[in-house]
Design a protein around this ligand. Structure first.
Ligand code: BG6
Length: 294
């Protein structure tokens, strides 16, 4: 169906009432709701949902470059291109009887290949499980002729909706090494406690466990993030000053969002022609008391 701006989006619903929305612009999940129809992702009230900017909120896909450390624009171009529905999603399995899902594909145009001179097929499946869990699976194949490998970095730049950033804790990243984008990407080591937030944060945690939890005490909700093929995790909140500097982000919205991004940043992924990489993210929620042991 059409989004309010006239652009195509796909709605996924499961019988218990959970839902997700995927814009073809960016192959971008803009909404994920639980059975009570509560929105679980943050989408800025100032997001434009149309070219040329990437959509501010939801789950932008950063490819073929994460961040600004490379030769192309910040976070690559997959997030601001139109994807199409993939009617031949091979090699995705077809046994998906208990899931609502959509398959999208993005192939570079000639203009894209002037920015990044490689041929690829990027297949994305977005699926909603029977318990309302949201699953994103990316398969990227090198379709370059003549033995030309390529390397890329990647992130599912997920914006979670939280009641109050000062009340949120992230578990699973304790004691890990991280690169701090606010301090010239220097290497630090996290303390033993769960992460809490009282100022701007922009960190790339390296080689993390596959499961990370975001505890929102006020909402009594815990997000669980499971990832596969994506060793790193980026944690970002722009806080007050940067929020004010972003045209597509409300001044106070930083209080109600937190990005925890399943990513492959430190070690770029290299594919030879014909090779394929797979990166998977699964998001679910559980009542807080279950996960925090309170
Ligand atoms: C995060 C980066 O992933 O994305 C930050 O670590 C960046 O450095 C943020 O500011 C937002 O990026 P953009 O391009 O969507 O404004």
């Amino acid at each position: 169906c059409k989004g309010f701006n006239g652009y195509d989006k796909v709605l996924l619903r499961n019988p218990r009432g959970s839902s997700a929305e995927v814009y073809l612009y960016g192959g971008h999940v803009t909404s994920w709701k639980n059975e009570r129809r509560e929105e679980l992702l943050f989408l800025s009230s100032k997001a434009t949902l149309k070219p040329p900017k990437a959509i501010r909120g939801g789950i932008p896909i950063c490819f073929p470059q994460f961040g600004s450390h490379g030769t192309i624009d910040q976070h690559g171009f997959a997030r601001n291109r139109f994807w199409i529905i993939d009617n031949d999603p091979h090699p995705f399995p077809t046994n998906t009887s208990n899931k609502a899902f959509v398959d999208l594909i993005f192939k570079p145009s000639e203009a894209d290949m002037k920015i990044w001179p490689h041929n690829f097929e990027f297949r994305l499946r977005v699926a909603l499980g029977p318990g309302g869990e949201l699953m994103l699976t990316s398969r990227i194949r090198n379709t370059n002729p003549e033995g030309k490998p390529f390397s890329f970095t990647f992130a599912y730049h997920t914006y979670f909706s939280v009641s109050d950033i000062s009340e949120v804790r992230v578990e699973g990243l304790e004691t890990l090494d991280y690169l701090d984008n606010l301090q010239k990407k220097e290497l630090f080591t996290e303390q033993g406690d769960a992460l809490t937030f009282e100022s701007e944060v922009d960190k790339i945690y390296l080689s993390t466990p596959t499961k990370i939890a975001i505890l929102d005490h006020e909402k009594k909700r815990t997000f669980e993030l499971r990832k596969d093929g994506l060793p790193d995790a980026v944690v970002w909140n722009p806080w007050e000053k940067k929020a004010k500097a972003m045209a597509d982000f409300g001044d106070d919205e930083y209080k109600h969002m937190l990005c925890v991004e399943a990513a492959a940043v430190e070690m770029p992924i290299t594919l030879k022609p014909g090779e394929e990489w797979k990166g998977r993210l699964e998001l679910s929620t559980v009542p807080s008391s279950y996960c925090s042991g309170q």
